[in-house]
Design a protein around this ligand. Sequence first.
Ligand code: SF4
Length: 495
Amino acid sequence: MTQRTGDTAPVIATTNPYDDDHLREECAVFGIYGHAEAGAHTALGLHALQHRGQEAAGIVTYDEPQFNAHRGLGLVGEIFADGRVIARLKGQSAVGHTRYSTTGAPLLRNVQPLFAEFEFGGLAIAHNGNLTNARILRSEMIRRGSLFQSTTDTEIFNHLIASGRGGILERFIAALRRVEGAYSLIALTKDALIGVRDPRGVRPLQLGRLGDSWILASESCAFDIIGAAFVRDIEPGELVVIDKTGLHSHFPFPRIKPRFCIFEFIYFARPDSVVEGTSVYDARKRIGMELARESPVDADVIIPVPDSGVPAALGYAQQSGIPFELGIIRNHYVGRTFIEPTDEIRHLGVKLKHNANSAYIKGKRVVLVDDSIVRGTTSKKIVEMVRNAGATEVHMRVSSPPTTNSCFYGVDTPERDKLLAARLDLEGIRAAIGADSVAYLSIDGLYRAVGENGRNADQPQYCDACFSGEYPIALTDQMNSEDPPQLSLLKELGR
Ligand code: SF4
Protein backbone atom coordinates (compact mmCIF):
# COMPACT_ATOMS: atom_id res chain seq x y z
CA MET A 1 0.00 0.00 0.00
CA THR A 2 1.37 3.40 -0.92
CA GLN A 3 1.80 5.83 1.92
CA ARG A 4 1.10 9.48 1.49
CA THR A 5 4.31 11.45 1.62
CA GLY A 6 4.67 14.91 3.08
CA ASP A 7 6.62 16.33 0.16
CA THR A 8 5.87 19.66 -1.43
CA ALA A 9 3.41 19.29 -4.27
CA PRO A 10 4.19 20.97 -7.60
CA VAL A 11 1.93 23.97 -8.11
CA ILE A 12 -1.05 23.55 -10.44
CA ALA A 13 -3.20 26.60 -10.81
CA THR A 14 -6.59 27.25 -12.32
CA THR A 15 -8.18 30.55 -13.22
CA ASN A 16 -11.68 29.36 -13.97
CA PRO A 17 -13.68 27.86 -11.10
CA TYR A 18 -16.20 26.36 -13.54
CA ASP A 19 -13.55 24.58 -15.52
CA ASP A 20 -13.80 20.82 -14.98
CA ASP A 21 -10.44 20.33 -16.71
CA HIS A 22 -11.35 17.98 -19.50
CA LEU A 23 -10.45 17.86 -23.15
CA ARG A 24 -13.33 19.37 -25.10
CA GLU A 25 -14.86 18.01 -28.25
CA GLU A 26 -15.47 21.09 -30.30
CA CYS A 27 -18.49 20.32 -32.46
CA ALA A 28 -21.43 18.16 -33.42
CA VAL A 29 -23.26 18.02 -36.73
CA PHE A 30 -26.78 16.93 -37.64
CA GLY A 31 -28.65 16.88 -40.96
CA ILE A 32 -32.01 15.59 -42.15
CA TYR A 33 -33.52 15.21 -45.63
CA GLY A 34 -37.16 14.73 -46.53
CA HIS A 35 -39.05 15.48 -43.32
CA ALA A 36 -41.88 17.96 -42.86
CA GLU A 37 -40.44 19.08 -39.51
CA ALA A 38 -36.80 19.15 -40.49
CA GLY A 39 -36.02 22.28 -38.42
CA ALA A 40 -37.59 21.01 -35.18
CA HIS A 41 -35.97 17.59 -35.55
CA THR A 42 -32.60 19.21 -36.10
CA ALA A 43 -33.02 21.25 -32.90
CA LEU A 44 -33.81 18.03 -31.01
CA GLY A 45 -30.85 16.24 -32.58
CA LEU A 46 -28.52 19.07 -31.60
CA HIS A 47 -29.95 18.99 -28.09
CA ALA A 48 -28.94 15.31 -27.82
CA LEU A 49 -25.47 16.24 -29.07
CA GLN A 50 -25.06 19.17 -26.67
CA HIS A 51 -22.21 17.41 -24.84
CA ARG A 52 -20.00 17.96 -27.92
CA GLY A 53 -20.23 21.75 -27.79
CA GLN A 54 -22.01 24.19 -25.49
CA GLU A 55 -21.20 27.68 -26.63
CA ALA A 56 -23.14 28.22 -29.85
CA ALA A 57 -25.47 26.47 -32.27
CA GLY A 58 -27.22 27.06 -35.55
CA ILE A 59 -29.67 25.53 -38.03
CA VAL A 60 -30.20 26.21 -41.74
CA THR A 61 -33.25 24.76 -43.51
CA TYR A 62 -34.28 24.78 -47.15
CA ASP A 63 -37.87 25.69 -47.95
CA GLU A 64 -38.12 26.17 -51.70
CA PRO A 65 -37.17 28.69 -52.98
CA GLN A 66 -35.30 29.98 -49.93
CA PHE A 67 -32.95 29.01 -47.16
CA ASN A 68 -33.85 29.93 -43.56
CA ALA A 69 -31.25 30.27 -40.84
CA HIS A 70 -31.03 30.85 -37.12
CA ARG A 71 -27.81 30.93 -35.13
CA GLY A 72 -27.05 31.98 -31.59
CA LEU A 73 -24.64 31.87 -28.69
CA GLY A 74 -25.49 29.59 -25.78
CA LEU A 75 -27.10 26.21 -25.33
CA VAL A 76 -29.35 24.63 -27.96
CA GLY A 77 -32.32 24.74 -25.59
CA GLU A 78 -31.87 28.49 -25.09
CA ILE A 79 -31.25 29.38 -28.74
CA PHE A 80 -34.26 27.45 -30.05
CA ALA A 81 -36.54 27.82 -27.00
CA ASP A 82 -38.86 30.30 -28.67
CA GLY A 83 -41.40 28.37 -30.74
CA ARG A 84 -41.46 31.22 -33.27
CA VAL A 85 -37.82 30.51 -34.10
CA ILE A 86 -38.57 26.89 -34.99
CA ALA A 87 -41.72 27.96 -36.84
CA ARG A 88 -39.58 30.16 -39.09
CA LEU A 89 -37.22 27.26 -39.84
CA LYS A 90 -39.56 25.83 -42.45
CA GLY A 91 -38.56 23.25 -45.00
CA GLN A 92 -38.05 19.54 -45.53
CA SER A 93 -34.28 19.48 -45.25
CA ALA A 94 -31.97 20.97 -42.64
CA VAL A 95 -28.43 21.03 -41.34
CA GLY A 96 -27.40 21.95 -37.79
CA HIS A 97 -24.27 22.45 -35.76
CA THR A 98 -23.33 22.93 -32.12
CA ARG A 99 -19.99 24.32 -31.20
CA TYR A 100 -17.50 24.75 -28.42
CA SER A 101 -15.19 27.65 -29.12
CA THR A 102 -11.71 27.57 -27.72
CA THR A 103 -10.36 31.08 -27.50
CA GLY A 104 -11.80 34.39 -26.34
CA ALA A 105 -15.42 35.34 -26.74
CA PRO A 106 -17.35 33.22 -29.21
CA LEU A 107 -18.26 35.31 -32.27
CA LEU A 108 -21.65 35.03 -33.92
CA ARG A 109 -20.01 35.21 -37.35
CA ASN A 110 -18.16 31.96 -36.54
CA VAL A 111 -21.33 30.09 -35.61
CA GLN A 112 -22.18 27.36 -38.08
CA PRO A 113 -23.70 26.23 -40.38
CA LEU A 114 -21.89 28.74 -42.58
CA PHE A 115 -23.97 29.79 -45.58
CA ALA A 116 -22.91 31.24 -48.94
CA GLU A 117 -24.42 31.76 -52.39
CA PHE A 118 -22.59 30.15 -55.32
CA GLU A 119 -23.17 29.88 -59.07
CA PHE A 120 -25.20 26.73 -58.44
CA GLY A 121 -27.22 28.28 -55.58
CA GLY A 122 -26.94 28.39 -51.80
CA LEU A 123 -24.85 26.05 -49.68
CA ALA A 124 -24.89 25.64 -45.88
CA ILE A 125 -22.03 23.73 -44.33
CA ALA A 126 -21.42 22.31 -40.84
CA HIS A 127 -18.07 20.82 -39.83
CA ASN A 128 -16.77 18.76 -36.92
CA GLY A 129 -12.98 18.48 -36.87
CA ASN A 130 -10.00 20.62 -37.67
CA LEU A 131 -8.06 21.20 -40.87
CA THR A 132 -4.33 20.88 -40.36
CA ASN A 133 -3.40 22.92 -43.45
CA ALA A 134 -6.03 25.63 -42.89
CA ARG A 135 -3.59 28.45 -42.24
CA ILE A 136 -1.64 27.80 -45.42
CA LEU A 137 -4.77 27.46 -47.58
CA ARG A 138 -6.30 30.55 -46.06
CA SER A 139 -3.19 32.68 -46.69
CA GLU A 140 -3.04 31.43 -50.27
CA MET A 141 -6.70 32.29 -50.85
CA ILE A 142 -6.43 35.71 -49.22
CA ARG A 143 -3.46 36.50 -51.48
CA ARG A 144 -5.67 35.62 -54.46
CA GLY A 145 -8.40 37.97 -53.31
CA SER A 146 -10.76 35.81 -51.20
CA LEU A 147 -12.54 37.77 -48.48
CA PHE A 148 -13.12 35.70 -45.36
CA GLN A 149 -16.05 36.56 -43.12
CA SER A 150 -15.21 34.26 -40.21
CA THR A 151 -12.13 32.94 -38.49
CA THR A 152 -13.17 29.28 -38.73
CA ASP A 153 -11.31 26.80 -40.91
CA THR A 154 -14.71 25.65 -42.22
CA GLU A 155 -15.00 28.73 -44.43
CA ILE A 156 -12.06 27.43 -46.45
CA PHE A 157 -14.45 24.85 -47.97
CA ASN A 158 -16.67 27.66 -49.24
CA HIS A 159 -13.79 29.43 -50.98
CA LEU A 160 -12.43 26.22 -52.47
CA ILE A 161 -15.90 25.32 -53.75
CA ALA A 162 -16.43 28.84 -55.15
CA SER A 163 -13.19 28.72 -57.14
CA GLY A 164 -13.83 25.18 -58.43
CA ARG A 165 -15.33 24.02 -61.71
CA GLY A 166 -18.29 21.84 -62.66
CA GLY A 167 -21.34 20.94 -60.61
CA ILE A 168 -21.58 20.94 -56.84
CA LEU A 169 -20.33 17.37 -56.44
CA GLU A 170 -17.23 17.90 -58.61
CA ARG A 171 -16.44 21.13 -56.78
CA PHE A 172 -17.03 19.55 -53.39
CA ILE A 173 -14.72 16.62 -54.12
CA ALA A 174 -12.05 18.92 -55.58
CA ALA A 175 -12.21 21.02 -52.40
CA LEU A 176 -11.88 17.95 -50.19
CA ARG A 177 -8.77 16.90 -52.11
CA ARG A 178 -7.08 20.18 -51.15
CA VAL A 179 -7.68 19.97 -47.41
CA GLU A 180 -5.84 17.94 -44.81
CA GLY A 181 -7.02 17.12 -41.33
CA ALA A 182 -10.05 15.69 -39.61
CA TYR A 183 -13.51 16.46 -40.85
CA SER A 184 -16.99 15.09 -40.60
CA LEU A 185 -19.04 17.47 -42.73
CA ILE A 186 -22.68 17.92 -43.58
CA ALA A 187 -23.67 20.32 -46.35
CA LEU A 188 -27.13 21.35 -47.52
CA THR A 189 -27.99 22.55 -51.02
CA LYS A 190 -31.42 23.23 -52.48
CA ASP A 191 -31.45 19.71 -53.92
CA ALA A 192 -29.43 17.54 -51.58
CA LEU A 193 -27.90 16.78 -48.21
CA ILE A 194 -24.23 15.80 -48.48
CA GLY A 195 -22.23 14.04 -45.76
CA VAL A 196 -18.54 13.18 -45.80
CA ARG A 197 -15.86 11.82 -43.46
CA ASP A 198 -12.15 12.37 -43.92
CA PRO A 199 -10.16 9.41 -45.29
CA ARG A 200 -8.90 8.47 -41.80
CA GLY A 201 -12.39 8.79 -40.30
CA VAL A 202 -11.02 10.54 -37.22
CA ARG A 203 -14.34 12.09 -36.18
CA PRO A 204 -17.64 10.17 -36.19
CA LEU A 205 -20.54 10.55 -38.64
CA GLN A 206 -23.51 8.20 -38.75
CA LEU A 207 -26.53 7.50 -40.89
CA GLY A 208 -30.06 7.09 -39.59
CA ARG A 209 -33.57 6.61 -40.97
CA LEU A 210 -36.90 8.00 -39.85
CA GLY A 211 -39.72 6.78 -42.07
CA ASP A 212 -38.70 7.91 -45.57
CA SER A 213 -36.26 10.53 -44.23
CA TRP A 214 -32.50 10.14 -44.06
CA ILE A 215 -30.52 11.58 -41.16
CA LEU A 216 -26.82 12.23 -40.65
CA ALA A 217 -25.48 12.87 -37.14
CA SER A 218 -22.27 12.79 -35.13
CA GLU A 219 -23.61 10.14 -32.75
CA SER A 220 -26.46 7.67 -32.57
CA CYS A 221 -27.96 9.31 -29.45
CA ALA A 222 -29.24 12.00 -31.85
CA PHE A 223 -31.28 9.35 -33.70
CA ASP A 224 -32.80 8.05 -30.47
CA ILE A 225 -34.25 11.41 -29.42
CA ILE A 226 -36.35 11.69 -32.61
CA GLY A 227 -37.24 8.01 -32.79
CA ALA A 228 -35.02 7.35 -35.81
CA ALA A 229 -33.27 4.04 -36.45
CA PHE A 230 -29.50 3.80 -36.61
CA VAL A 231 -28.46 2.49 -40.03
CA ARG A 232 -24.65 2.52 -40.10
CA ASP A 233 -21.50 4.58 -39.69
CA ILE A 234 -20.52 6.64 -42.71
CA GLU A 235 -17.24 4.99 -43.70
CA PRO A 236 -13.91 6.81 -43.52
CA GLY A 237 -13.44 8.59 -46.85
CA GLU A 238 -17.08 8.06 -47.85
CA LEU A 239 -19.21 10.83 -49.30
CA VAL A 240 -22.97 10.38 -49.38
CA VAL A 241 -25.39 12.44 -51.41
CA ILE A 242 -29.02 12.25 -50.32
CA ASP A 243 -31.56 13.68 -52.73
CA LYS A 244 -35.03 12.93 -54.07
CA THR A 245 -33.66 9.88 -55.91
CA GLY A 246 -32.31 8.33 -52.69
CA LEU A 247 -28.90 7.88 -51.09
CA HIS A 248 -25.79 7.64 -53.26
CA SER A 249 -22.42 6.66 -51.85
CA HIS A 250 -19.07 7.76 -53.33
CA PHE A 251 -15.47 7.04 -52.36
CA PRO A 252 -13.49 9.86 -53.93
CA PHE A 253 -10.19 9.17 -52.12
CA PRO A 254 -7.77 6.25 -52.24
CA ARG A 255 -8.62 3.96 -49.32
CA ILE A 256 -6.17 4.26 -46.41
CA LYS A 257 -6.13 2.75 -42.96
CA PRO A 258 -8.77 4.38 -40.73
CA ARG A 259 -7.68 6.01 -37.48
CA PHE A 260 -10.83 6.78 -35.52
CA CYS A 261 -10.30 8.95 -32.41
CA ILE A 262 -9.92 6.54 -29.49
CA PHE A 263 -10.78 9.33 -27.04
CA GLU A 264 -14.40 9.13 -28.25
CA PHE A 265 -14.65 5.87 -26.27
CA ILE A 266 -13.01 7.36 -23.18
CA TYR A 267 -14.85 10.65 -22.87
CA PHE A 268 -16.28 12.51 -25.88
CA ALA A 269 -19.15 10.32 -27.04
CA ARG A 270 -22.27 9.95 -24.94
CA PRO A 271 -22.38 6.59 -23.13
CA ASP A 272 -25.72 5.71 -24.73
CA SER A 273 -24.24 6.08 -28.23
CA VAL A 274 -22.90 3.27 -30.38
CA VAL A 275 -19.88 4.39 -32.39
CA GLU A 276 -17.87 2.30 -34.85
CA GLY A 277 -20.04 -0.67 -33.91
CA THR A 278 -19.21 -0.45 -30.21
CA SER A 279 -21.44 0.61 -27.33
CA VAL A 280 -19.64 3.50 -25.65
CA TYR A 281 -21.01 2.48 -22.25
CA ASP A 282 -19.75 -1.09 -22.66
CA ALA A 283 -16.35 0.13 -23.82
CA ARG A 284 -16.06 2.38 -20.77
CA LYS A 285 -16.96 -0.45 -18.41
CA ARG A 286 -14.38 -2.69 -20.06
CA ILE A 287 -11.85 0.13 -19.73
CA GLY A 288 -12.57 0.19 -15.98
CA MET A 289 -12.15 -3.60 -15.79
CA GLU A 290 -8.80 -3.43 -17.58
CA LEU A 291 -7.73 -0.69 -15.19
CA ALA A 292 -8.67 -2.82 -12.18
CA ARG A 293 -6.69 -5.77 -13.58
CA GLU A 294 -3.67 -3.61 -14.31
CA SER A 295 -3.68 -1.43 -11.19
CA PRO A 296 -5.52 -3.04 -8.27
CA VAL A 297 -5.79 -1.33 -4.90
CA ASP A 298 -6.58 -2.72 -1.47
CA ALA A 299 -9.50 -0.38 -0.74
CA ASP A 300 -13.01 -0.12 0.74
CA VAL A 301 -14.94 1.78 -1.88
CA ILE A 302 -14.82 2.74 -5.59
CA ILE A 303 -16.04 6.28 -6.26
CA PRO A 304 -16.39 7.79 -9.74
CA VAL A 305 -15.61 11.40 -10.51
CA PRO A 306 -19.02 12.22 -12.01
CA ASP A 307 -20.33 12.03 -14.57
CA SER A 308 -17.78 10.83 -17.06
CA GLY A 309 -15.97 8.52 -14.64
CA VAL A 310 -19.10 6.51 -13.76
CA PRO A 311 -19.04 3.64 -16.33
CA ALA A 312 -15.30 3.02 -15.85
CA ALA A 313 -15.74 3.05 -12.07
CA LEU A 314 -18.55 0.49 -12.40
CA GLY A 315 -16.23 -1.70 -14.44
CA TYR A 316 -13.45 -1.25 -11.88
CA ALA A 317 -15.83 -2.18 -9.05
CA GLN A 318 -17.16 -5.26 -10.87
CA GLN A 319 -13.68 -6.52 -11.66
CA SER A 320 -12.25 -5.83 -8.19
CA GLY A 321 -15.28 -6.86 -6.14
CA ILE A 322 -15.00 -3.61 -4.14
CA PRO A 323 -18.33 -1.80 -3.54
CA PHE A 324 -19.24 1.07 -5.88
CA GLU A 325 -20.78 4.19 -4.33
CA LEU A 326 -21.70 7.64 -5.59
CA GLY A 327 -19.39 9.30 -3.10
CA ILE A 328 -19.30 12.55 -5.07
CA ILE A 329 -22.49 14.23 -6.19
CA ARG A 330 -22.44 16.59 -9.13
CA ASN A 331 -24.59 19.69 -9.43
CA HIS A 332 -25.89 19.58 -12.99
CA TYR A 333 -27.19 23.11 -12.96
CA VAL A 334 -23.93 25.01 -12.73
CA GLY A 335 -23.41 26.95 -15.94
CA ARG A 336 -19.98 27.93 -17.07
CA THR A 337 -20.61 31.60 -16.35
CA PHE A 338 -23.59 31.96 -14.05
CA ILE A 339 -21.60 34.09 -11.63
CA GLU A 340 -18.72 36.35 -12.52
CA PRO A 341 -15.74 34.47 -11.03
CA THR A 342 -14.60 36.81 -8.26
CA ASP A 343 -11.76 35.78 -5.96
CA GLU A 344 -14.28 34.56 -3.41
CA ILE A 345 -16.06 32.39 -5.98
CA ARG A 346 -12.72 31.16 -7.30
CA HIS A 347 -11.91 30.02 -3.78
CA LEU A 348 -15.00 27.77 -3.80
CA GLY A 349 -13.53 26.09 -6.85
CA VAL A 350 -14.65 22.56 -7.48
CA LYS A 351 -17.37 22.74 -4.78
CA LEU A 352 -19.55 24.68 -7.21
CA LYS A 353 -19.89 21.53 -9.23
CA HIS A 354 -19.07 18.62 -6.91
CA ASN A 355 -19.87 17.77 -3.31
CA ALA A 356 -18.63 14.86 -1.20
CA ASN A 357 -21.25 12.37 -0.04
CA SER A 358 -19.42 12.06 3.29
CA ALA A 359 -21.32 9.07 4.75
CA TYR A 360 -19.78 6.87 2.05
CA ILE A 361 -16.28 8.29 2.42
CA LYS A 362 -15.57 8.80 6.12
CA GLY A 363 -13.04 6.30 7.48
CA LYS A 364 -12.74 4.58 4.08
CA ARG A 365 -9.86 3.79 1.77
CA VAL A 366 -11.15 5.34 -1.44
CA VAL A 367 -10.37 4.60 -5.09
CA LEU A 368 -11.35 7.57 -7.25
CA VAL A 369 -11.91 6.75 -10.92
CA ASP A 370 -11.70 9.56 -13.48
CA ASP A 371 -11.44 9.39 -17.27
CA SER A 372 -8.41 11.63 -17.68
CA ILE A 373 -6.14 14.14 -16.01
CA VAL A 374 -5.47 17.13 -18.24
CA ARG A 375 -3.95 19.99 -16.25
CA GLY A 376 -4.68 18.34 -12.91
CA THR A 377 -6.61 21.29 -11.50
CA THR A 378 -9.84 19.43 -10.80
CA SER A 379 -8.13 16.20 -9.72
CA LYS A 380 -6.22 18.05 -7.01
CA LYS A 381 -9.38 19.63 -5.63
CA ILE A 382 -11.40 16.41 -5.78
CA VAL A 383 -8.71 14.51 -3.91
CA GLU A 384 -8.63 17.27 -1.29
CA MET A 385 -12.43 17.23 -1.01
CA VAL A 386 -12.51 13.46 -0.50
CA ARG A 387 -9.77 13.68 2.12
CA ASN A 388 -11.63 16.47 3.92
CA ALA A 389 -14.71 14.23 3.93
CA GLY A 390 -12.77 11.75 6.07
CA ALA A 391 -11.14 9.30 3.63
CA THR A 392 -8.18 7.54 5.20
CA GLU A 393 -6.55 6.96 1.82
CA VAL A 394 -7.27 8.34 -1.66
CA HIS A 395 -6.04 6.42 -4.71
CA MET A 396 -6.56 7.92 -8.16
CA ARG A 397 -7.15 5.52 -11.06
CA VAL A 398 -7.35 7.09 -14.50
CA SER A 399 -9.26 5.30 -17.27
CA SER A 400 -6.97 6.50 -20.05
CA PRO A 401 -3.22 6.55 -20.67
CA PRO A 402 -1.41 9.77 -19.64
CA THR A 403 -2.46 12.71 -21.85
CA THR A 404 0.94 13.94 -22.97
CA ASN A 405 0.25 15.65 -26.31
CA SER A 406 -2.10 18.23 -27.77
CA CYS A 407 -4.81 17.30 -30.25
CA PHE A 408 -4.83 19.06 -33.64
CA TYR A 409 -7.88 17.23 -35.00
CA GLY A 410 -10.79 19.20 -33.56
CA VAL A 411 -10.45 18.81 -29.82
CA ASP A 412 -9.55 21.64 -27.51
CA THR A 413 -6.44 20.67 -25.57
CA PRO A 414 -4.14 22.95 -23.64
CA GLU A 415 -0.64 23.58 -24.97
CA ARG A 416 1.58 20.63 -24.32
CA ASP A 417 3.47 22.33 -21.50
CA LYS A 418 0.18 22.73 -19.58
CA LEU A 419 -0.56 19.00 -19.67
CA LEU A 420 0.32 17.54 -16.29
CA ALA A 421 1.50 14.20 -17.70
CA ALA A 422 3.77 15.95 -20.20
CA ARG A 423 5.52 17.80 -17.39
CA LEU A 424 5.71 15.27 -14.58
CA ASP A 425 6.41 11.59 -14.04
CA LEU A 426 3.95 9.38 -12.15
CA GLU A 427 5.36 10.27 -8.75
CA GLY A 428 5.26 13.97 -9.65
CA ILE A 429 1.62 13.65 -10.71
CA ARG A 430 0.77 11.84 -7.48
CA ALA A 431 2.38 14.60 -5.45
CA ALA A 432 0.76 17.35 -7.55
CA ILE A 433 -2.77 16.08 -7.00
CA GLY A 434 -2.12 14.98 -3.41
CA ALA A 435 -3.21 11.34 -3.81
CA ASP A 436 -1.76 8.31 -2.05
CA SER A 437 -1.24 6.60 -5.39
CA VAL A 438 -1.95 7.26 -9.06
CA ALA A 439 -2.18 4.80 -11.92
CA TYR A 440 -3.24 5.21 -15.54
CA LEU A 441 -4.60 2.63 -17.96
CA SER A 442 -1.92 1.32 -20.33
CA ILE A 443 -2.34 2.02 -24.02
CA ASP A 444 -2.56 -1.73 -24.73
CA GLY A 445 -5.21 -2.02 -22.00
CA LEU A 446 -7.19 0.71 -23.75
CA TYR A 447 -6.98 -1.08 -27.09
CA ARG A 448 -8.04 -4.34 -25.46
CA ALA A 449 -11.06 -2.60 -23.94
CA VAL A 450 -12.23 -1.44 -27.38
CA GLY A 451 -11.97 -4.93 -28.82
CA GLU A 452 -8.40 -5.20 -30.13
CA ASN A 453 -5.66 -7.56 -28.99
CA GLY A 454 -3.52 -4.56 -28.12
CA ARG A 455 -2.01 -1.65 -30.01
CA ASN A 456 -0.40 -2.53 -33.31
CA ALA A 457 2.79 -0.48 -32.99
CA ASP A 458 3.49 -0.53 -36.76
CA GLN A 459 -0.02 0.44 -37.81
CA PRO A 460 -2.08 1.62 -34.84
CA GLN A 461 -5.76 0.90 -35.31
CA TYR A 462 -6.92 4.24 -33.86
CA CYS A 463 -5.75 7.81 -33.54
CA ASP A 464 -4.15 7.94 -30.09
CA ALA A 465 -1.83 10.90 -30.72
CA CYS A 466 -2.68 12.67 -27.46
CA PHE A 467 -1.22 9.63 -25.65
CA SER A 468 1.44 8.42 -28.08
CA GLY A 469 2.49 11.61 -29.90
CA GLU A 470 2.11 9.72 -33.21
CA TYR A 471 -0.03 11.96 -35.39
CA PRO A 472 -1.73 10.03 -38.23
CA ILE A 473 -2.43 13.12 -40.37
CA ALA A 474 0.32 15.58 -41.25
CA LEU A 475 0.39 18.70 -39.08
CA THR A 476 1.17 20.88 -42.06
CA ASP A 477 0.43 24.24 -40.44
CA GLN A 478 2.45 23.30 -37.37
CA MET A 479 5.39 22.16 -39.47
CA ASN A 480 5.41 25.53 -41.19
CA SER A 481 4.88 27.48 -38.01
CA GLU A 482 7.49 29.81 -36.60
CA ASP A 483 5.96 29.53 -33.18
CA PRO A 484 8.73 28.07 -31.00
CA PRO A 485 6.60 25.76 -28.81
CA GLN A 486 5.05 24.10 -31.85
CA LEU A 487 8.44 23.72 -33.52
CA SER A 488 9.82 22.09 -30.44
CA LEU A 489 6.87 19.68 -30.44
CA LEU A 490 7.58 18.71 -34.04
CA LYS A 491 11.27 18.36 -33.34
CA GLU A 492 10.33 15.97 -30.59
CA LEU A 493 8.14 14.09 -33.04
CA GLY A 494 11.11 13.83 -35.39
CA ARG A 495 9.38 15.63 -38.28
FE1 SF4 B 1 -8.72 11.93 -30.46
FE2 SF4 B 1 -6.46 12.32 -29.11
FE3 SF4 B 1 -6.41 11.77 -31.76
FE4 SF4 B 1 -7.31 14.12 -30.87
S1 SF4 B 1 -5.20 13.34 -30.70
S2 SF4 B 1 -8.24 12.84 -32.44
S3 SF4 B 1 -8.32 13.55 -28.95
S4 SF4 B 1 -7.12 10.43 -30.06
